[in-house]
Design a protein around this ligand. Sequence first.
Ligand code: PLP
Length: 411
Amino acid sequence: MVVKINENYLLIQNSYLFVEVERRANKYQEENPDKNIIKMGIGDVTKPLAKTVVKAFKDAVEEMGHSDTFHGYGPEQGYDFLQKAIIDNEFKPLGVNFDLDEVFISDGAKCDTGNIQEIFGIDNTIAVTDPVYPVYVDTNVMAGRTGPIMDNGMFEGIVYLPCTEENDFVPELPKEPVDIIYLCFPNNPTGETLTKEQLTVFVNYAIENDAIILFDAAYECFIQEEDVPHSIYEIPGAKKVAIEFRSYSKTAGFTGTRCAYTIVPKDIEITASNKEIVKLNDLWNRRQTTKFNGVSYPVQRAAESIYTEQGQKEIKENLAYYNENAKLIRESFLKMGLNTYGGVNSPYVWVKTPEGVDSWKFFDILLEEANVVGTPGSGFGPSGEGYLRLTAFNTHENTKEAMDRISKLSF
Ligand code: PLP
C-alpha cells in the first residue's frame, strides 16, 4: 500500500465519550431489563418543532413542488431573508449591526466550530477552556495543530484554561502567548456564564495580543439573568477580534432539522506573510463557497419563522419548559448537599461528585442505584474530573422522577 492516511486522526482518543456512556447504559439495561432508565446525558432536545415552524417548513416544501416557486441551489452563504431576520432580531436589539455578507447560514454550529480552524495557519497556538466541548480540540488534532495526548489527558501544544469551582468557572487569561482562543458561554458542559466585565478581559487580551476569539453562543437562548451577555459583540472592540457561532438546535429544536449561523465581521483583518492584509470574512466565504452548498430553502424558511410574534411565543414556551427542568435538577442536588453549578442560564447542570468519588464512579452509582444516565465530567477534559453533567432536555415527568430517585440515595 502506498496510500498514506492522515495520521493525525490516530491521535484522537478511541472511545468517544458518548459512545462509552451509551455502552454502559445499554449493558446495564440488558442485564436489568425491568429497570426504567432515564437518560439525562446527551444534549439533544425532546420537544417537537413549534407549530409555526412546521407550517413555514411545509409551505416552503410546497413551493419546491411548483415550477414557478421551485428553488435549486441557493446562495452558499444563506438566503438574504434569513440573514436579514438574524441581524434585525438577534443583533440590532443589542445595539449591534452587521451587513448581510457578515452572516453565514450553515447546517450546524458543530460543523462551523469544527471547520473554522481551516482558515488559520497550522502553526497557530490554540487555547481552550477545560472542560471543553470536544469538537474544538479534536478538529485541531485532526488538522495536525497538536502533538499526541499526554498522560495528564491534555494534547501537547494546546493551552488549557481550567474552569473549576476554585475559579468560579471563569477562565484566566493564558499565561503563554496564544493566537486563537475558543470560548463557549453559556458553557457546555459547566452551564456557567461570564459577565460582561469578564468577557471584556478576553476581548481586550485579543485586541492587545493580535489574537482571535472563536465564541460559541449555541446556548445563548437559555440566558435568563440580566447582566449576562448574549453576544460577544456587546463588548466594545469585539468586531475586530471575534467570530461568533449560533445555532437553532437548542433555540428552536432544530437538532434534527439542522440550521445555524456564524458571524464573521469584515473588521477582522490579518496580515499575511506576503504583507497582504486579509479579511477573515473573505477567507471564510472562500471556504464555504468551495466546500459547502448551502442549507435547504425549506429549512431556512422554517428558521425565519421563529422571528414572527407567534414563532417567538412558541419557542419561548419550549425554552421555559427546559429551564424549569434545569431549575429542578439544580435545586435537588443543592438540597442533597452537593455543590452544583449551571442550570440557571443553561440547560446543563454541573454537579460536583461526592468526596472521594470520581466522575465515572458517580456515573455508575447514578446508573445502577437510580437508573439515571448523566455524562461524566472527565470526558470533557482533565478539569472535568470530579464532576458530572446532567441535561434538562428530558420531560418534566422524567426529570422529576429522576430527581426523586437520586434524592433517596445517600452520598
Ligand atoms: N456548540 C456547542 C457548545 C454544543 O454543545 C453543540 C451541541 O451540543 C453544538 C455547538 C452543536 O450545534 P449544532 O446542532 O448546531 O451543530
